[in-house]
Design a protein around this ligand. Sequence first.
Ligand code: SAM
Ligand code: SF4
Length: 469
Amino acid sequence: MNIDTEGLESFIPTEKIEELLQSEQNPSESQIREIIAKSLEKNRLAPEETAALLNVSDPELKQLIREGAHELKKTIYGNRIVLFAPLYVGNECVNDCVYCGFRSSNKECIRATLSHEQLVQETQALESKGHKRLIMVYGEHPKYSPDFIAQTVQTVYDTKYGKGEIRRVNINAAPLDIEGYRIVKSVGIGTYQIFQETYHQETYKTLHPRGPKSNFLWRLYGLDRAMKAGIDDLGIGALMGLYNWKFEVMGLLYHTIHLEETFGVGPHTISFPRLEPAIGTKFTENPPHKVPDEDFKQLIAIIRLSVPYTGMILTAREEAELRNEAIRYGISQIDAGSSIGVGDYSAKDEESRKKSQFVLGDTRSLDDVIYELAQEGYIPSFCTSCYRAGRTGEHFMEFAIPGFVKRFCTPNALLTFAEYLYDYASERTRQIGFELIDRELKQIEDENMKQAVKNKLEQMEKGVRDLYF
Ligand code: SAM
Ligand code: SF4
C-alpha cells in the first residue's frame, strides 16, 4: 500500500474551532431553545450552534439539552436498540498508539490471530448466543491485508450454527487504499468504521509516534477513499480522553460536514468511545483529558442534536448503569455479551486478559442486557433487513422518510426480537419479551401492517426464521 497524502490538506479548522469554543460563551436560554428546535426539525447543526451547546455551563440549560436529545430520539427513532457484538480477529500491530494495549511496543500483550478453525469457533459461539450482527476488529499489520479481511468476513458469513447465522458484518480496521476497500466491499460488508482518535493534529502526532497511523492526513481521508471505492456506509469516531472532548465533538461535526459536502452523504454512525485502562499501558492510568460521566452524557446529547440523522454507538467500554441512562439521549446501537480478547468467545483462558485491547466496563451477558432493555420498554433489535434488501443508509432513511420507522424498523425489530426469544432467551427474558411484543403490536396503528406482523409471528412460532419487511 502506498501511503500518499501529497496535496491533501486537513479539513479540520483547528484555530476556528478554538475560537468558537471561546467566543460562543454563555449562550442564552432562548438561543439554546432555538438551536434545539432546529435540530428537532431534522436539521444538522452548524458549527456555531454546536459550539453554543458545548459552551453551556448552566445546569438547567444543560438539562434542557439532554431533554431535547431525548425528545429527538423518541420522536424520530422510537424505542428500538440495535444489538451487536465485537469479534477481534487479530491483535498484531505495527503501530504504537500510546493508549492501546495492542501497540507494537507493549511487551505484555500476547499476540494472536485467529486461525480459520478458531474463527469458525468464535462465530459459532456468538451465533449460539443469538447474535446476528458483528463488528470485526483488526490490528494494523501486513498479515491483515484486504484479502485477509475479505476472507475472514466471508468465513463468518458462511458459518452457521443451529438456527443461527451472522447477517451483517461491520469492520473496524486500518484505513485502506481505494483498491483495498474494493476488495473488502466485494464480500458484502456493512459499515466501515475508522476512528480519527483525536482531531487535534498536534496531539495526534505525539500519540502516534510510529507506523502508518502516524500519518494524520492518511487517516483523516481514509473514509474519502472508502467512498471513492463505493462504500458509502461509513462510521466516524473520536477516542475521548486524548484531548479536550469539546474540541473532538467539533472535529466529528467538521468531519460530518466534509463528507456531506464532498459526497452528498454524512456518516452512517458516530462513535465516541472513552479511553479505558489497558494492560501494560501506563498512559491509560491517568489520561490527560479524562471525560467525567456528567460531561460524557452531555457530549452524547450534543452529538445527537448536532447530527440528528446518524446512528450513535455506545460500547461495553461503559458500565451498565451509564449505558442504561445514555440510551435515553440518543444511542441507537450497543454491543452486548462482548469479549474483546482474541479467541475469547470460544476458548477463554487465563491469558485472555493479555490478548485484550482494554478492560470492559459492562460484562453482562446478551440475555441480561436484553432482559434489562425489555424491562425499560426498549425493543432489542437484530434487524439487518435494510442492508440485505439493498436499502443502504438505514439510519438516514429512518430519519428522512416519513413513516419509514413504522413501516420497516419497528416491525423488523419485533420480528428479530421474537426470533431471539424463541431460540435463545432465558425463561424470564422470554416472558417479559413476549409481553413487550404484545404491547407493541397493540400500538401499531395501521391495521394491515399489524396483521402482516402477526402473520409473520405465527410463521415464526411454527419454526420459520429470518422473516422481515
Ligand atoms: N487497528 C485499527 C485502528 O486503530 O484503526 C482498528 C482497530 S482498533 C483495535 C479500534 C479502536 O479501539 C481504535 O480506533 C481506538 O479508538 C480504540 N481504542 C484503542 N485503545 C483503546 C483504549 N485503551 N480504550 C478504549 N478504546 C481504545
Ligand atoms: Fe494498533 Fe489500532 Fe491499537 Fe493503534 S489502536 S495500536 S493501530 S490496534
